[in-house]
Design a protein around this ligand. Structure first.
Ligand code: KIV
Ligand code: ZN
Length: 516
């Protein structure tokens, strides 16, 4: 048996990650990610902020109803109504946690909450007691702890533990902390608070200064035993601490850390790919662990060293984090049952026979054009099938684009708009520009294009292109994704997906609003 202490991995991709502009996900997408997190063996999945909207409630509930091996958690402000809603969404969970929070820094208490410190303590205690009447496992966070006064933190945390909180989270909400100082804060809190040994100390660091992982690890050295993190470091503004970096740092430097996680690391890269493809946030090539270059050696000297003895320049093995493993290949001859069973293994929910038929016929079409179909292709294909089956406002009917060296490209597009076919034609600087202009001739959205990115889903020139389009209109930011072997068609699908998100006016409450 290992002598190491357990480090709890709390994933908040579905909650804080979703707070990234444009990263909102559908219930089906969240469920797919939750299943990937379960395969990864994360201890706690923060599934959302149940009170935020009926859609968020339904997603938290669907995840709580489905996930068996990880604790499922819902965020709630220190407000009774939020807590009741969280408990209701979690009622079928195998293991449920309510995570309640209130801001504790002078600036937040004064300007956001407009509460006196005494009132903040009182609200926190009331919320925790209420939550403890509904579930056993309650976590309490001191929002903006990174800028809170130590004495006040000691006071509120002692009261929170007495009220029944089992996990105390110390968020660096605005990414302000420095590793040494933050580690010291964790140490002092654990030393000074008389009942500190009755709770697990947790950290939740934002990456505004690029220090989220360093701060989290400094806290672990000083006794934190839960880290809140996200796949690919997704999250508000510059994001959260990245799960893959935390897990691999602890594992690779087992000589340094006295803790271990239960994460099944070969699922890291597939989870990273899935989150990137669903949210439309591409992973930068030089991103640690999951970036395309993370294990690529360019300089001749490095290559020579790695070929002679891999540990000369490699501290981790690519296959340990899931590069080139875990890929079941399907092809032209694969039948319906092989297709269905791989979808099941990947946690891709197919809702009806009709949806399965539609996805399978798309799979056959793709397999005619592309030799090998990888898991990433299946995720993209099913996302596309689900989008075209939904009652979205815009759908692509057909696209033809003419482009020739020396000629101005022209796109002709036919769309279905609220079920009615409309067509348009436009020239453009390139085929994609012509296509977007043709779409806009019909949609007249008035949105501006904030991001356009194309990635190859797998390797090879027959790879599907995965396109992300980000549109902005009146302060709203939405992402759209599309995939196709033809990248102009993928671009058109992505643009229409973004327009569909703009058209669906989902109103949801941000968790860090006051709630009072
Ligand atoms: O960053 C933060 O403080 C949060 C809390 C709600 C935990 O996300
Ligand atoms: Zn956060």
């Amino acid at each position: 048996m290992s002598s190491k202490e357990k480090l709890i991995i709390f994933d908040t991709t579905l909650r804080d990650g979703e707070q990234s502009p444009g990263a909102s996900m559908t219930q089906e997408e969240k469920l797919r990610i939750a299943k990937a997190l379960e395969r990864l063996r994360v201890d706690v999945i923060e599934a959302g902020f149940a009170v935020s909207s009926p859609g968020d409630f339904a997603s938290v509930k669907a995840i709580a109803d489905t996930i068996k091996d990880s604790t499922v958690c819902s965020l709630s402000r220190a407000v009774i109504g939020d807590i009741d809603r969280a408990a209701e969404a979690l009622k079928n969970a195998n293991s449920a946690r309510i995570h309640t929070f209130i801001a504790t820094s002078p600036i937040h208490m004064k300007h956001k909450l407009r509460m006196q410190p005494d009132q903040v303590v009182e609200n926190a205690v009331k919320a925790i007691k209420h939550a403890r009447n509904l579930v056993e496992d309650v976590e309490f966070s001191c929002e903006d702890a990174g800028r809170s006064e130590l004495d006040f933190l000691c006071r509120i945390i002692e009261a929170a533990i007495s009220a029944g909180a089992r996990t105390i989270n110390i968020p660096d909400t605005v990414g302000y902390a420095m590793p040494q100082q933050y580690g010291e804060t964790i140490r002092l809190l654990r030393e000074r608070i008389p009942n500190a040994d009755k709770a697990i100390f947790s950290v939740h660091c934002h990456n505004d200064l690029g220090l989220a992982v360093a701060n989290s690890l400094a806290a672990v050295v000083n006794g934190a035993r839960q880290v809140e993190c996200t796949i690919n470091g997704l999250g508000e503004r510059a994001g959260n601490a990245s799960l893959e970096e935390i897990v691999m740092a602890v594992r690779t430097r087992a000589d340094f850390f006295n803790v271990e996680t239960r994460i099944y690391t070969p699922e890291i890269v597939p989870a990273s790919r899935l989150v990137s493809s669903i949210t439309g946030f591409p992973v930068q090539p030089n991103k640690a662990i999951v970036g395309a270059n993370a294990f690529a050696h360019e300089s001749g000297i490095h290559q020579d060293g790695v070929l002679k003895h891999r540990e000369t320049y490699e501290i981790m093995r690519a296959e340990d984090v899931g590069w080139n493993t875990n890929r079941m290949v399907l092809g032209k001859l694969s039948g319906r049952s092989a297709f269905r069973s791989r979808l099941d293994e990947l946690g891709i929910g197919i809702e009806s026979e009709q949806e399965l038929n539609e996805a399978f016929s798309r799979f056959k079409e793709l397999a005619d054009k592309k030799h090998e179909i990888f898991d990433e292709d299946l995720h993209a294909l099913v996302s596309d099938t689900k989008k075209s089956a939904s009652s979205d406002r815009y759908a692509l009917v057909s696209l033809s684009v003419g482009s020739q060296t020396g000629e101005i490209p022209v796109a002709r597009i036919v769309l279905s708009v609220d079920g009615e076919e409309r067509s348009a034609e436009s020239q453009g600087a390139g085929p994609v520009d012509a296509t977007f202009r043709a779409i806009e001739r019909i949609a007249e959205s008035g949105a501006s294009l904030a991001l356009f990115s194309v990635n190859a889903i797998t390797s090879g020139t027959d790879s599907q292109g995965e396109v992300t389009v980000r549109l902005e209109k009146a302060g709203r930011v939405v992402n759209g994704q599309g995939s196709d072997i033809d990248i102009v068609a993928a671009s058109a699908k992505a643009y229409l997906d973004a327009l569909n998100h703009l058209a669906s006016n989902v109103v949801r409450e941000h968790p860090q609003s006051t709630g009072v």
